[in-house]
Design a binder for this molecule. Sequence first.
Ligand code: VGL
Ligand code: ZN
Length: 211
Amino acid sequence: MQPNDAVLIVVDVQNDFCPGGALAVPDGDAVVGIVSRIAKQFSAVVMTQDWHPADHISFASQHAGRAPFETVELPYGTQVLWPDHCVQGTAGAAFHPGLVVPGVQAVFRKGFRRMVDSYSGFLEADRTSTTGLGGYLAERGLGRVFVAGLATDFCVAWTALDAQALGLDVTVIEDACRGIDAPTIPGGTLADAWRRMSDAGVRRGRSDGLV
Ligand code: VGL
Ligand code: ZN
């Protein structure tokens, strides 16, 4: 077992990010078994769930003449445009059916405000709107954060960086994550994301090293 102040944050292990989904991460479903296995070692487990309205601002379909993986400028900065994905209440937004984590204690939804995207499980892209996860961890005294899920280079990385910025001790479990690795998106490769994380002091762990 991990110590009592450790929490596993399972990021966006949803059908739309797995093969066959609207925004499939290559080999994304490979994390399902690993996460289900390691979750048993944590006395605290929470999940994030990407949860967009059908007309969400991050969808290329909402921007005439624009295609997925292009970028647009929004009031809060540059936004990557995505295929429609994780629409509230749809099968694509549901957790992968193979994810077996009966002990999960809370689910933090994000990206539910039409005009703001959110990769991070803590703070949305306007860097102001919160999900409540930071307060939840603080109130429970969970200062040792382990992050797994999808996608390494977007929602996992942003979640890990925000946890680190809150002063928590953060480890990303590398083999329990898979990335999009998009070289056409500025700063969008897996290597770019790992560089940002290691520069910030995020640790890089492996599921077999957790014991
Ligand atoms: C994600 C792009 C858009 C993710 C979510 O979970 O990494 N990526 N929405
Ligand atoms: Zn999304």
